[in-house]
Design a protein. Structure first.
Length: 165
């Protein structure tokens, strides 16, 4: 359950009640129901000359392991635009979204987003250089991948391989 204890509208202590099919924080004072919004992240699969672009994580969780360029969607941000932004922040590359690869619900990884939207993208420009929360960025042959950070990364790579044959 989310760690909210007081109503953001009136400040009264919240109670937990069954409402709309599950237990939710409800304010007994003003009757506001607090719906817990999912955390949404995006990632991009970028392939060049049959090699997959990965970034080495410079932060926890899974610091030092590799994943696709990814990050959280900001409030009111279009997920595709967020994926473009994250790719540029982490790799220095300007990309264009060319399709949706998958939407993964939480359960693949204990931490992180509740919903992970993964796009296919192609490079339009820029210079490959790690940035933001990446310590390295590079292209890898699918037969010689480094240690991957997340179960979702492995799932995405397997799905990309299966759909690009």
């Amino acid at each position: 359950m989310d760690d909210i204890n007081f109503c953001p509208r009136c400040g009264h202590a919240l109670e937990h009640r069954e409402t709309y099919g599950r237990v939710r924080p409800v304010c007994p004072q003003c009757q506001r129901i607090h719906f817990i919004d999912p955390k949404v992240a995006v990632g991009v699969v970028i392939v060049h000359e049959a090699k997959l672009l990965l970034i080495r994580r410079a932060i926890d969780p899974q610091r030092g392991k590799w994943s696709i360029p990814a990050g959280y969607v900001d409030k009111d941000e279009d997920p595709a635009r967020a994926a473009i932004r994250e790719a540029e922040e982490e790799t220095g590359l300007v990309v264009r979204i060319i399709g949706l690869l998958d939407v993964i619900a939480k359960g693949q990884d204990a931490e992180g987003a509740d919903i992970f939207i993964v796009y296919r993208a192609e490079v339009l420009g820029g210079e490959l250089a790690p940035g933001d929360d990446a310590s390295e960025a590079g292209y890898f042959d699918l037969t010689q991948l480094p240690e991957l950070a997340f179960a979702s990364t492995r799932k995405i790579i397997a799905l990309w391989q299966a759909t690009s044959r």
